[in-house]
Design a protein around this ligand. Sequence first.
Ligand SMILES: Nc1ncnc2c1ncn2[C@@H]1O[C@H](COP(=O)(O)OP(=O)(O)OP(=O)(O)O)[C@@H](O)[C@H]1O
Length: 261
Amino acid sequence: MKLVVEGLYCSIEGTQILRDINLEVASGEFVGLIGPNGSGKSSLLRCIYRVMKPDAGRITLNGEDIWRLSAREMAKQTAVVLQEMPTEFDFTVEEMVWMGRTPHQGMFDYETAKDRDIVMEALARVGMQTFTLRSFLSLSGGEKQRVLVARALAQQASFLVLDEPTNHLDIRYQLELLELVKGLGVTTIAALHDLNLAASYCDRIYVVERGAIRSAGVPQELLQPALIREVFGVGSKVEYDPNTHKLRISFFLDGEIESRG
Ligand SMILES: Nc1ncnc2c1ncn2[C@@H]1O[C@H](COP(=O)(O)OP(=O)(O)OP(=O)(O)O)[C@@H](O)[C@H]1O
């Protein structure tokens, strides 16, 4: 599944939030969005998963304008994991994950053994298989996050949209979740605050700044101290770790190094 965003403009209540956004996620690619608070990452993702209608521009999945897809087709193709998913009613963990199967079922279809296997496997993959009957609202933030990832897995979508998916997770689950998603080989776009995680898992990264794409590239070329300073206003040291073959970025505020030295 290939995502293309072309010339996207979006405003909320008369204020322009996104301007002239152009980006692509190739089939099977894991692309990250990074940028300061309020830069427009979530708004861009909202346009991509079709809850916000742009003023201008086009978003296509495999060449098809997403606004021409039915809600059901859209739900079959696109799974979304947000930081805070508002839930009006309390469901059990299992029920939450079953919702991922809804777009695949007809109106009079019963749950099949295959659906059940998919749901249980999704729960097992995020380590939540012993929580099936627990109330979703009673879970910790990280447990909720893992259930929402299980729901996305159960949906078996070919395009994943993740908005800060590691927000509530402890370090082990952060790594496991990103390994898991990466291992699916599904086209993915993810807003990530943690630049080290972005550097480790993204094939390419777009930098969002004040509602526009400032730059894009592979992590090793893009994530340089000069860019990090200009975008995030902090100093940084970027090193290549020969053991993990990943970038390791440490951050400091101006004056910190001198005052400690
Ligand atoms: N419903 C809304 N009404 C008014 N302004 C909004 C609304 N939603 C978002 N904005 C504004 O749009 C801009 C972009 O917000 P957005 O949430 O997309 O940024 P973000 O990069 O995801 O931020 P963060 O890193 O803090 O999550 C911000 O200035 C925000 O205040």
